[in-house]
Structure formats: C-alpha cells, structure tokens
Write a protein that binds this ligand. Sequence first.
Ligand SMILES: Cc1cc2nc3c(=O)[nH]c(=O)nc-3n(C[C@H](O)[C@H](O)[C@H](O)COP(=O)(O)OP(=O)(O)OC[C@H]3O[C@@H](n4cnc5c(N)ncnc54)[C@H](O)[C@@H]3O)c2cc1C
Length: 428
Amino acid sequence: MFKQSAQHIGTYYAGTYGQIPLRPRLQESLDCDVVIVGAGFSGLHTGLRLTLAGKKVVILEASRLAWAASGRNGGQALPGWSCDMPPLEKALGLERAKRLWDSMTWAADEMRELPLRHGFDIDYRTGALYTAVLPRRVRQLQESLEEAEQKYGYRQLSFIAKEELPEWIASPRYLAALHDAGAAHLNPLKLAQGLAATIEAHGGRIFEQSKAARWEESGDGYRVHTEHGEVRGDVLVLACNAYVDDLDRGLAKRLLPVGSYQVATAPLDPQLAQSLFPKGTCAIDNQFVPDYFRVTPDNRLLFGGGCTYLGGIPEDVPAATRPYLERVFPQLRGVQIDYGWGGHIDCTMHRTPDVGREGQKYWLQGFSGHGILPTLAAARAVSDAILGEDELLNLYQGLDNPRFPGGDLLAAPIEAVGKAWYRLRDLF
Ligand SMILES: Cc1cc2nc3c(=O)[nH]c(=O)nc-3n(C[C@H](O)[C@H](O)[C@H](O)COP(=O)(O)OP(=O)(O)OC[C@H]3O[C@@H](n4cnc5c(N)ncnc54)[C@H](O)[C@@H]3O)c2cc1C
C-alpha cells in the first residue's frame, strides 16, 4: 500500500547516527526454528528473546532495520497502551487487565536494563510529563492518577499544579501535568541497532532489503519467499505493522494506517535547550491529537504534533508542524528546523494491541501510535508462548480487534470523519 524504499528516509535519527551498518540480502535457502518478518521493535524484541533462549532465528526486513515506525518515532517510552486501560479492563476483567499492566511495568524496567545488560547505548533519559490544555482534561489527569494507584498499584505518577509547572516545562500552554517517573525517552534507531547486534552476537541472522513476498504453510512448518531466497521455519512471526498489506490480508484488514509526522530543530543554545525541560523529561499532552516533544542529547527540540487519516504525510512537514511547536514554545519562534519526516502508525478499531497466534503463525501489530514499550511487552508474550508458556498471549487473545467497516475503500474516510469530530473536541 505504501511505497517502501531500500534506504532510511531523512530522519534526525538516520541523519545523526553516523555509519549505519548494512546487513546482507537473503540470497540462499535457509532452515531455522523461527522465521520473523519485519525488523522493527516487534520483530527485534521477539528475535532477541528467542535467540537468547537458544532458538535458531532468522529475521527478514524489506528495507533497513527500523526503517518504518521504529526508526521514525518520538522516542517516548511511556508505560501503557494507546487505548489506556478501560478497553482492556472491559474485555478482560480487572484481574486479567492487571496482569497485562504488570507486563507493561516489566517492559519499562526491561527497557532501562537491556542496553546495560548487553552493552549498548540508547541515550536513555528518565521521566515524562502528561500535560493538560483544557480544564476538563486536568480532571482527567487527576482521575488517571487515582486509577493508576488504586486499581493498578502504579505509584510512579505525581500531580503538578499550574504554579509548579515552570520548574518542569517552559511553556505557557498547560494548566497542569502528571509526572511519570516510570517513563523515559531514548534514541529508537540506537535501540534497534543495539538489539540487532545482540541478536547477531548470539547466533541470530538478520537480512535487510529482503522483502517477504509470500509465505505458505507446508507439512514441515512455514516457508517464506523473498526475491532471491527462502527461509523454512517451524514457527512464523509476522511483525510488519502498517506495511503487512498483501503478505497477510487478514491482518491488514484489522489495521488502519494513520500518518504521523515530526521535526527536529537545529541544535539550540545549550542553556535555552536546558530551560525548556529543566528536569530533563519529555512531554505529551492529553489532547485527542497530541503534541509530543523532547530535547535530544545534542540540544535539538524534537516535536511531533499532527496526523493525517488518509495515510498521507504533508509535503512540507516543517511548515505543517511549526505552528504547533511555536504554540507550545513561543520563545522558539522562527527557530531553524533541520529535519522533518513522517511515518505510519498502525491503528486498530479500538486502539487495542493485536497480538495472537493461529497454529504456529504468530503476529504482533496494532500498537496505534504508542509502541516502544508495548512492542516489548507483546514480544515477551509471543516469545514466551513459542517457548511453551502462553499465559500472557492468552490475555492478548481475549481482546477483540475487528476488521474496519467498509473494506479498504471506506475505512479511512469513515475514520477521518470520526477523528475530525474528536479534533473539534480538542478545542473546547
Ligand atoms: C511518527 C511516529 C511517532 C511515534 N512516536 C512514538 C513515541 O514517541 N512513543 C511510542 O511508544 N511510540 C511511538 N510511535 C509508534 C511506534 O514507533 C510503533 O508502535 C512501533 O515502532 C511499532 O513497531 P513494529 O516493529 O511493530 O513496526 P515497524 O517499526 O513499523 O516495523 C515493521 C517492519 O516490517 C517491515 N516489513 C513490512 N512488510 C515486510 C515484508 N513483507 N517483508 C519484510 N519486512 C517487512 C517494514 O519494512 C518495517 O521495518 C510513533 C510512530 C510514528 C510513525
């Protein structure tokens, strides 16, 4: 559906990484225990856990590692799912929803420890602010804090009233915030490269520019075909996100790709950069279409603030984003913008994650714009199930992720009308 390119697009992450290692194309016929399609966080986290457990793993990536959402995101590692807890609680009941939540706090801890354990750097910084623009959404913050503490035993949140906000963020836009000490921000491309290097160091194999054209189930497992080779595995994992398309129409029909975009400014004066977030956190507001932003270690402001429901990305991303950025930080009016890019997020109908199994085919998708920690939590569920423990996977399979109504042609316009209504509600 979307154009794929053989190289990274012009993101801040790719532009500042230095020499990005290139893995080989698949040009042979291979045999393994688990073949994974897609080298974003879903595929890489799953691949790492299985490789460390002694499985022979092959990962196929159509383009470059973390070419899609995993290498283009805001880098905010926020505990929780895009849908928040109510839909999970409704589908699973409180006790089972709590078990899923516990796996999320595990993912937040694991994200901090993984790079230390395996010796790579992801520019990990602690803490996020959830800010409110509208009075009724200040109440929402307070309710979220109570719910997190009382129902889920999560005690990392604290309420910041308007008069204390200048200690946290140099913006006139907000009425209040929650600080989440369990959240973090990081460089996603460094994370993907660190995961990949660790997989390879433990015997896993990764092929780039090797698109899976089709797969079939045969008597001896699953065969995945690329243009120049094929891989046979006992188990197949599909981790293709918004790009799954014809590789698996059943999975594709449960996803609506939504365009999202962001910018990175030129490096700011270090004192100015530090003043934006005096305590080094990142921030996301609680509007339906949120602004999310943070300062990078090289003192740039990374700012995302818009989305499109028909899958397109604005031609001039900096021009489309600048008004939102300057609304939050008027002191940056006219700031130079060095990078602007977009990507696709994989929304499900209820924004609940779509993770499951049929036979020995597994899938992870539908993280709906909030996937850094959710992909890790889901990768644990999938890898545990492949290794014989399916308690977590069964929780995901209790969620209902229906197809979008109206087929491929109508889904996006219907969704766009719905979202336009919610966008209006962001104003009052
Ligand atoms: C602009 C933007 C900002 C975001 N900001 C945040 C944020 O701040 N915090 C957060 O938690 N989440 C954020 N997200 C969401 C998060 O990035 C995603 O949820 C997460 O990266 C999904 O990972 P994934 O591995 O499932 O998918 P992807 O990263 O999209 O990876 C899928 C991979 O599969 C490959 N693939 C597809 N089809 C094939 C095939 N046939 N053969 C081989 N390979 C194939 C693709 O090339 C791609 O590399 C953001 C997303 C975007 C787009």
